[in-house]
Design a protein around this ligand. Structure first.
Ligand code: DGT
Ligand code: CA
Ligand code: CA
Length: 571
């Protein structure tokens, strides 16, 4: 157990004792110990093994014994017993930010409330406001924080949140006296969904900027307005917080609020061991208690003696240790992408001509693009039969001759039928530069059949890439049941590449799966699956997934120049 985890147990004990109405010095003792452990420069487990726990301020005989039990066994009998005295819901009540132990205790004792739902009902029925010394205002505040907690459960796909945030930033950019404005939180880390949006900034006149923000036309409701921070709900239900600070501490602010929480915890523990304590205000030197402010995030990480850690890597895995060793990878960037390998035209279910799609790719500066209309089996997608494919191929070749500076590859998206066969004659696939295979039907198959089905397609010598391998649609359709580990092995054996589909509702492979595939050495491509010219822009979402998967340019096949790309695709 690490220091944070041990500290958390003692915080919970203090909370529960307070709910129980225990004498306050006992509660305070646990809180003080939790605090001390949380800010301890040394490893608590180590101190316990060396029998030096009593050197920690606030740790007496009784707490020392509890720490020892906790780090030796991973559990604490006293804590388990204490927890058993309360229905689970009471601890849950305290997850509502405005409900502390004292209020939780009263809600439990005086109204018999043991769940957040019941609390909401009681507030709406006026029971909470009627409690002595609680009142209308507190009840209202609690209700608001319950609602905000609920909204956080309904996470919004990045593809919906990002355009809204870009709109807000563009609208605010001209505000007089605004110096900097930047997103933080999960949005900046390009997580696939966001709970809420955290914007950070600096301004000459914060009040004026916060006012302008609260008055934006898309703001539906102002939740909280203070001198440094405003929280609003915008159309579509997204919560957006804007926080402003002095320019000299912007670096620590944006670092803190970019998170992730796990990254911050890991970083804080690491810093504690160096005698430093981190917060949104800066870096505090524990020996002198002196606070050092940081204007930029680069300076923040540099001051800690770490390589700059890109936001996409800040998930609390191995990024801190690798940054310390100077071994973070150079992550793939949008500018590294040399071509798009999954693009549709109005020959199948796309909305634009081959030429319009090719021109859009050319405008993006790509060296190549594969036009991959559907094969005939895709009835609904108006797939190409042999005759139409021949006509389309002629047009593709003419286009390739005509357009300078970009190579138009002739591709197909071939359907993987329920039995694992491909819905396209071998000779048509053989004439294609790039064959993308994908599942579009019978998605309810069990794991064994689905896995065998995709692996069968990978064994075809014509299939170069498996597109959107799990078929999930964020918030709409669960991934198919498939053994990805087996698929990765098959990809290695057959040399088939797997796609990171960049369509915002797909992002498939997703970050953690793409990272695993990358670690195994599976070939990866990033493609947009565009059905209109503007959708080629989705490439940035796919690059975001690849970055979260720790991919370097060399891990992504379509960063390679054309000859190398074609050679490696066929390997
Ligand atoms: P979200 O909004 O659920 O998609 O995820 P985030 O990561 O944006 O989380 P959010 O909005 O609750 O907080 C923004 C950042 O603030 C978070 O990534 C790290 C930091 N933060 C928030 N609460 C805590 C905390 O209790 N401890 C630490 N160390 N950092 C926190
Ligand atoms: Ca957030
Ligand atoms: Ca937030």
């Amino acid at each position: 157990m690490n220091n944070r985890q041990v500290a958390e147990v003692f915080e919970n004990i203090a909370d529960l004792l307070e709910v129980k109405g225990e004498i306050s010095f006992k509660v305070r003792a646990y809180r003080r110990a939790a605090q001390a452990i949380d800010h301890l420069p040394q490893d608590i487990a180590q101190l316990s093994r060396e029998d030096k726990l009593r050197t920690v301020p606030g740790v007496g005989e009784a707490i020392a014994r509890k720490i020892q039990e906790l780090v030796d066994t991973g559990r604490l009998e006293y804590y388990e017993k204490l927890r058993a005295e309360f229905p689970d819901g009471v601890l849950k009540l305290m997850e509502v930010p405005t409900v502390g132990p004292r209020i939780a205790a009263r809600l439990h004792k005086e109204l018999g409330i043991t769940s957040v739902d019941a609390l909401e009902q009681a507030i709406l029925a006026g029971q909470v406001a009627a409690l002595p010394r609680l009142g209308e205002k507190t009840a209202e505040k609690i209700l608001k924080s319950i609602q905000s907690l609920r909204r956080k459960d309904q996470r919004i796909p990045l593809g919906q949140a990002l355009p809204v945030v870009e709109g807000i930033m563009a609208a605010l950019r001209g505000t007089p006296g605004l110096y900097t404005l930047a997103p933080a939180g999960s949005l900046r880390r390009l997580a696939e969904t966001v709970g809420d949006v955290d914007l950070m900034g600096t301004a000459e006149d914060p009040a004026r900027v916060l006012d302008a923000f609260a008055r934006l036309p898309l703001v539906r409701q102002v939740l909280v307005q203070g001198p440094k921070k405003v929280s609003v709900l915008v159309d579509g239900g997204l919560q957006v917080d804007l926080r402003l600070v002095e320019p000299d501490s912007f670096g620590s602010l944006i670092q803190y609020f970019t998170g992730s929480k796990q990254h911050n915890i890991m970083l804080r523990e690491w810093a504690n061991r160096k005698g430093l304590s981190l917060s949104e205000y800066g870096i505090t030197h524990l020996d002198t208690q002196e606070l050092e402010k940081l204007a930029t995030e680069e300076a923040f990480y540099q001051r800690l003696g770490l390589q700059y850690i890109p936001p996409e890597l800040r998930e609390g895995t191995t990024e801190v240790e690798l940054a310390e060793a100077g071994r973070l990878p150079r992550l793939v960037e949008l500018g590294d992408i040399a071509g798009d390998l999954h693009v549709h035209s109005n020959w199948s279910d796309g909305h634009a001509s081959l030429e319009e799609m090719a021109l859009a790719a050319q405008r993006r500066g790509y060296q190549y693009v594969a036009l991959t209309d559907h094969s005939a089996g895709r009835g609904i997608a108006h797939g190409l039969n042999e005759e139409r494919r021949r006509q389309q191929l002629a047009e593709l070749r003419a286009l390739d001759q005509r357009l300078p500076g970009i190579r138009i590859l002739s591709g197909m998206e071939v359907d993987i039928r329920a039995d694992g066969s491909l819905d396209c004659p071998d000779e048509l696939m053989a004439q294609s530069d790039v064959v993308v295979a994908a599942v579009h039907s019978a998605m309810g198959q069990d794991r064994d059949r689905m896995t065998a089905r995709v692996m069968a397609a990978m064994r075809s010598p014509h299939v170069d890439i498996v597109a959107h391998p799990t078929c999930r649609l964020l918030g709409e359709r669960d991934p198919v049941d498939i053994d990805l580990e087996a698929v990765f092995q098959a990809a290695l054996e057959t040399g088939t590449a797997l796609e990171i589909n960049a369509m915002p509702p797909r992002l498939d492979l997703k970050d953690v799966h793409a990272r695993r595939a990358r670690d195994l050495g599976v070939k990866l491509v990033i493609s947009t699956d565009s059905h209109s010219p503007d959708q080629l822009e989705f490439m940035s979402y796919g690059v975001g997934v690849a970055r979260r998967a720790w991919c370097r340019p060399e891990d992504i096949l379509n960063t390679r120049p054309l000859p190398e790309f074609l050679a490696r695709l066929r390997l």
